[in-house]
Ligand binder design. Structure first.
Ligand code: FAD
Length: 447
């Protein structure tokens, strides 16, 4: 049994442990109990942004398209994330250039920017009501050294990649964020926010209208190759498919062991506060932007789209845990940044599993006839959507589907089978280092 750190005055309604704030007032997808089509052109496994975007492309190209989902459609990360949209590429131009050369490095970085522009065009073109806002993201420095580094990176990004930013000094910080914790930061103005579950629901609607059949509670259990077709076993019967797309990201199982060996599943955790007075929200988030900080074990947070609550996320434990334990720990960390939130409760605490790769890049490709895209390293709203779309095109054999990620080696390490035994030690070490840096910065720079 898991021991809970929960204090009864921390949370208003413990029944919300595990339930994402985003699902509130949204109706559940009701077609879960349908049976899948027996024989299809394209079978897609996983119903998040990657799977549904791929499905939309193949259905619009007149291929019979079936999506199957182990649980309720969208029950993975795509309805439970932080809703912050960014270019998603973790590695800098310099880091990528060392590995792939300058031209390829720039092409990879550009894919990040393309995904960021493309998702906005998609949401507008399909008329998806998902509180999309392109209002920039504040990257907050947790030490003065990190501030200097952020400023250097921002200058380099603007010079070499034309990605706009605005430097905010510590003296100006309260115009951005109601805290004294940070040492300034940088606003990346092209980043934005959306409501992830409304975005997913809109995408489901668009996919269904295009003819995609989506079946929930239907995990793929086995894949066999039989001549020209794949035979996929599910509890709802076998499905014959000419093409298969795997879109399971952090929930990748032994279905394709080759993929599982290349994915590091990592839990990410969030809480939503109870509704807060307008004056508090206006003080804490005067510019209504999403925020991430420079801690290695990063915190990310934002106001809810209606500006009544703080939605606060991060990884609070070295080991995977459950929302009854992560909730109070996240609240403690949130109150370090915003002490005035101490007296407010949180109403929801939830988590999801993201997928890291060993080279910190996302991967798209095909192996033994099975197409896949995954490994968004914790920020995949724009990139999973964009690569899902490209994946659909690649499965149709369209040249337009090619990306800068094609043919990148999808690495693993010896003896790794998908259980990240090294993660708790890594998280513990980085967390200790982050906390030490915060402590030193607070002591040495008591302005
Ligand atoms: C708490 C949290 C906060 C996040 N915040 C952000 C953020 O602010 N910005 C950002 O860009 N990204 C964020 N992310 C990451 C982002 O949500 C993901 O990168 C993105 O949703 C991945 O989409 P996907 O479709 O590839 O995978 P998912 O949405 O996870 O979908 C994979 C699906 O595959 C299904 N599946 C697995 N195996 C099978 C099987 N055998 N048969 C059938 N179905 C199967 C799973 O049930 C799951 O529903 C966050 C994630 C979490 C958990």
């Amino acid at each position: 049994m898991v021991k809970s750190n929960f204090h009864s005055n921390d949370i208003t309604d413990p029944k919300n442990f595990g339930d994402s704030y985003w699902q509130e007032n949204l109706s559940q997808f009701t077609d879960c109990n349908t049976t899948p089509i027996k024989s299809v052109d394209v079978l897609i496994i996983g119903s998040g942004y990657t799977g549904l975007h791929a499905a939309l492309i193949t259905a619009r190209a007149d291929r019979t398209t079936q999506v199957i989902e182990a649980n309720n459609p969208g029950s993975g990360c795509s309805t439970r994330n932080g809703g912050q949209i960014s270019p998603s590429i973790k590695l800098s131009l310099t880091e990528l250039s060392k590995k792939y050369g300058a031209e390829k490095a720039l092409a990879i970085r550009k894919e990040g920017y393309t995904s960021l522009e493309w998702i906005e065009e998609f949401v507008k073109a399909e008329d998806i009501d998902c509180d999309f806002q392109r209002n920039g993201r504040f990257h907050a420095a947790h030490t003065p050294q990190h501030f200097k580094k952020l400023v250097q990176e921002a200058e380099q990004l603007s010079k070499e990649e034309k990605f706009p930013s605005v430097v905010i000094t510590r003296a100006e910080q309260h115009n951005e964020l109601g805290t004294n914790t940070y040492h300034g930061g940088v606003i990346f103005s092209r980043n934005g926010m959306l409501h992830p579950a409304k975005y997913h629901a809109g995408l489901l609607r668009v996919a269904q209208q295009a003819g995609v059949v989506i079946t929930g509670n239907c995990p793929a259990e086995n894949i066999k190759h039989n001549g020209d077709v794949f035979v996929v076993s599910t509890p709802k019967g076998e499905i014959l498919a000419k093409k298969i797309i795997i879109a399971t990201n952090g929930y990748t199982t032994d279905l394709v062991p080759w993929l599982k060996r290349r994915i590091i599943p990592v839990g990410s955790y969030m809480i939503a506060t109870e509704p807060l007075p307008k004056s508090v929200m206006d003080r804490l988030f005067p510019k209504n932007r999403g925020v991430v900080d420079t801690c290695k074990i990063v915190y990310y947070y934002r106001p809810s789209p209606d500006r009544t609550r703080v939605l606060f996320g991060g990884r609070v434990s070295a080991n995977e845990t459950n929302p009854s334990i992560s909730g109070p720990l996240l609240k403690r960390d949130m109150c370090r940044i915003f002490p005035e939130l101490e007296s407010y409760k949180f109403t929801h605490s939830w988590s999801g599993t993201v997928a890291f790769s060993f080279d910190k890049l996302m991967h798209i490709g095909q192996r033994e006839g099975i197409h896949y895209a995954m490994g968004y390293c914790g920020s995949g709203i724009a990139m999973a959507s964009y690569l899902g779309m490209r994946l659909g095109q690649q499965s149709l054999g369209e040249r337009i589907g090619s990306t800068a990620f094609d043919n990148l080696k999808f690495q693993t390490i010896p003896f790794y089978t998908g259980q990240p035994w090294f993660l708790p030690a890594m998280v513990r070490w980085y967390r200790w280092r982050d906390q030490r840096q915060i402590k030193l910065a607070t002591k040495n720079y008591n302005y």
